[in-house]
Design a binder for this molecule. Structure first.
Ligand SMILES: [Fe+2]
Ligand SMILES: [Fe+2]
Length: 162
């Protein structure tokens, strides 16, 4: 896992939560645009462009989405996963990651309408997942007296953005 260069100096858990939410929003915008581009190409009957846009989405998943998930599975999920109340929630988040990565694997082999459908499935699954992280897991970590959201994401550009 590559660590980011930028030190964001996130001093509080509130700042960390805001940075994560901002990065999630940016990622959602990107994955949605990439999925829309496949749909548009398929609707236009442009097989070549549909193939290229599918490749763009696969590349983004490899370079951004999967490294984001892997980075979260380090200290961030790890700390909450060792708490009584957090461990089932973390288990659910890990299952989401596996499901989303499974969709990316399906997308690699897909073309045309199937690729468009899988692209949208990835975007929507990511949206559901980040809502649970933003609204449940990360506020839980921020509020927990033994956990630090800011510490858990320090230097992780894949989670807080650059
Ligand atoms: Fe996640
Ligand atoms: Fe996330």
């Amino acid at each position: 896992m590559a660590h980011g260069h930028a030190d964001h100096e996130l001093h509080s858990d509130d700042e960390a939560l805001a940075a994560i939410e901002h990065h999630h929003a940016h990622m959602l915008e990107r994955v949605t645009a990439l999925a829309e581009a496949i749909v548009a190409a398929v609707e236009a009957g442009d097989v070549g462009t549909a193939h290229d846009e599918k490749a763009n989405l696969v590349e983004w998943c490899e370079n951004d989405l999967i490294p984001h998930a892997v980075a979260e599975e380090g200290p961030l999920y790890g700390g909450a996963g060792r708490t009584d109340k957090g461990h089932l929630l973390v288990e659910g988040m890990l299952q989401d990651h596996q499901a989303i990565i499974g969709l990316v694997e399906e997308l690699r082999a897909a073309e045309g309408a199937r690729a468009a459908a899988l692209g949208f499935a990835i975007a929507r699954a990511f949206q559901l997942h980040l809502r649970k992280e933003n609204g449940l897991l990360f506020p839980y970590i921020a509020a927990h007296p033994d956990l630090s959201l800011a510490e858990s994401v320090r230097g992780l550009e894949e989670i807080v953005g650059s």
